[in-house]
Write a protein that binds this ligand. Structure first.
Ligand code: BES
Ligand code: MG
Ligand code: ZN
Length: 493
């Protein structure tokens, strides 16, 4: 979808559909202003509809003026409760009402009630991403209804073209993440994930190293390699690097869990454990690659960003790990694998050790790590674990600005008790209760204490079971926007 600013007055605008966001407070006044455009037709049409601009309300009709033009009115509630999320929601409702129409979609919202740049971003992202659809695996792509090809923001004169460039690059990153997560596990494999990283590197002149199984063996990544043992597909450790041209002020590492399928291994996934959904277990790596794509395009200054993915499959065959195996991670720590389904943390352990060797200023990992996090926070809020208050607040700000739900969770060291092993240094699984806290504490074992590190559990947010308005059903691309905001805003801090 092409996004353009249209500096014309709404009177002079013509296109297929006009979407107008309205506030509850002075609705009459807003409508009579609009009425000038429609020569009495608007209120006459509205008479038959019950519309008072309450949040989420919509009225939709054809205005047979010069051209056959459709108008969609969307309620945004009262101005004292107005928020960027309310704007996003209203925009998505308006955009969805345009499905079935091709051509230009004009939008007119009370943007002046917000910070203009944030409002522009919220509007464009909500419109483009709520209309996203993935037809890659359909043989008849023409079956699906038409969608508008162009979005025109009417009268938004102060928004800048550079802001639009950022928006387009951001949406492309989110869409890439959605496509990676949405791809089935027979198509999206450790090597195809590596291929995607190489393509991003080629397109945006990033450096990219793909470490083979042999190279990972040389680095003694025994925890990561143990997980890959039961699969016919070889693991690929992906290391992508963005370096800005100016002197570097911050070196950051983003790590994504990259299980292209998680069968659970021999402590098999059964019952309600959603084995059929476990293609999404590379959602962390998808967010990291989506962010890499956007960062590669936008070239933020004074930062160096490393993107790491220990990609593999958790499968079952005669070479697969047994429950009870003891392996050594690359920092020497011995791990008793009491549950082969707690595999993500094993792959992340070696990725975190590798990350620390890069001597970064900060590390953030994203992972579909625990079902317990889904139970605690549901599918719209991811869990954040870190001992570093500054890093926590920066990430919470980044997520808030992105409209992505994120909540800081406790990480009490006393829960480490649950990971005590009789035979090895540590077990990979603690008790069921507080399962995402022990998972975070397990990861912490592999991070140098002097390096600020945060872990984000996206097990719930990676996927939308049903359409949510803003996110179509399926892969959400969660995390891309938070990571981009975090990396780009960093330079101002
Ligand atoms: N990939 C799963 C976590 C998951 C579960 C994500 C449900 C999304 C929805 C992870 O590898 C896993 O299996 N975790 C186990 C850990 C347990 C064995 C300690 C879990 O959460 O059940
Ligand atoms: Mg698992
Ligand atoms: Zn998993």
């Amino acid at each position: 979808m092409q996004i353009v600013l249209n500096l014309a007055n709404v009177q002079d605008w013509s296109g297929a559909v006009l979407v107008v966001g309205l506030l509850e407070d002075d609705l009459k006044e807003q409508l009579s202003n609009l009425e000038k455009l429609f020569e009495g037709l608007l209120l006459k049409n509205l008479d038959h509809q019950d519309f008072s601009a309450k949040s989420g309300e919509m009225a939709c009709f054809q205005i047979l003026k010069e051209s056959s033009q459709k108008i969609v009115l969307v309620g945004m509630g009262t101005s004292n409760k107005l928020s960027l999320n309310e704007l996003r929601k209203a925009v998505a409702i308006g955009a969805r009402a345009c499905i079935g129409t091709s051509g230009s979609l004009g939008m007119l919202f009370p943007w002046d009630k917000f910070d203009l740049e944030l409002a522009t971003r919220a509007t464009c992202e909500a419109a483009r991403l709520s209309l996203f659809q993935d037809l890659r695996f359909k043989s008849n792509k023409k079956e699906s209804p038409k969608r508008p090809e162009k979005l025109e923001l009417i009268g938004l004169e102060k928004a800048s073209e550079s802001c639009l460039k950022e928006i387009n690059a951001t949406c492309a990153g989110v869409e890439l993440a959605r496509e990676l997560v949405g791809a089935p596990p027979n198509k999206l494999t450790p090597s195809s994930l590596a291929q995607t990283a190489l393509e991003i590197a080629n397109q945006y002149s990033l450096q990219c190293k793909i470490l083979s199984q042999k190279e990972c063996e040389k680095l003694n990544m025994g925890a990561y390699l143990a997980v890959a043992k039961g699969s016919d597909l070889k693991p690929n450790f992906i290391h992508l690097i963005y370096k800005s041209k100016e002197p570097i002020k911050h070196r950051l590492v983003l790590i994504g869990k990259g299980l292209t399928f998680d069968s659970g291994g021999y402590n098999l996934k059964v019952g309600a454990s959603q084995i059929d959904m476990m293609k999404f277990d590379m959602g962390g790596s998808a967010a990291v690659l989506g962010a890499a794509r956007t960062i590669g395009e936008l070239c933020p200054i004074e930062v160096e960003v490393h993107f790491l993915i220990a990609a593999c499959e958790n499968m079952i065959n005669g070479s697969a790990i047994h429950p009870g195996d003891i392996v050594n991670a690359s920092n020497g720590t011995s791990i008793e694998i009491n549950n082969t389904d707690a595999e993500g943390r094993l792959t992340l352990a070696d990725a975190l050790v590798y990350a620390c060797k890069l001597e970064p200023d900060e590390i953030v990992d994203l992972a579909t790590l625990t079902g317990a996090c889904v139970i605690a926070l549901g599918d719209q809020i991811a869990g954040l674990w870190t001992d570093n208050d500054e890093l926590a607040n920066n990430l919470l700000d980044a997520a808030n600005e992105a409209g992505e739900g994120l909540w800081r969770m406790p990480m009490h060291n006393s829960y480490k008790e649950g990971l005590k092993s009789t035979f090895a240094d540590i077990k990979n699984t603690g008790p069921r209760a507080g399962g995402s806290i022990t998972a975070a504490l397990f990861l912490k074992e592999f991070v140098q204490a002097s390096i600020p590190w945060a872990h984000i559990d996206i097990a719930g947010t990676v996927w939308a079971e049903k359409d949510r308005g803003l996110d179509p059903a399926g892969a959400t691309g969660y995390g891309v926007r938070t990571l981009i905001n975090w990396v780009i805003n960093r330079k101002n801090k």
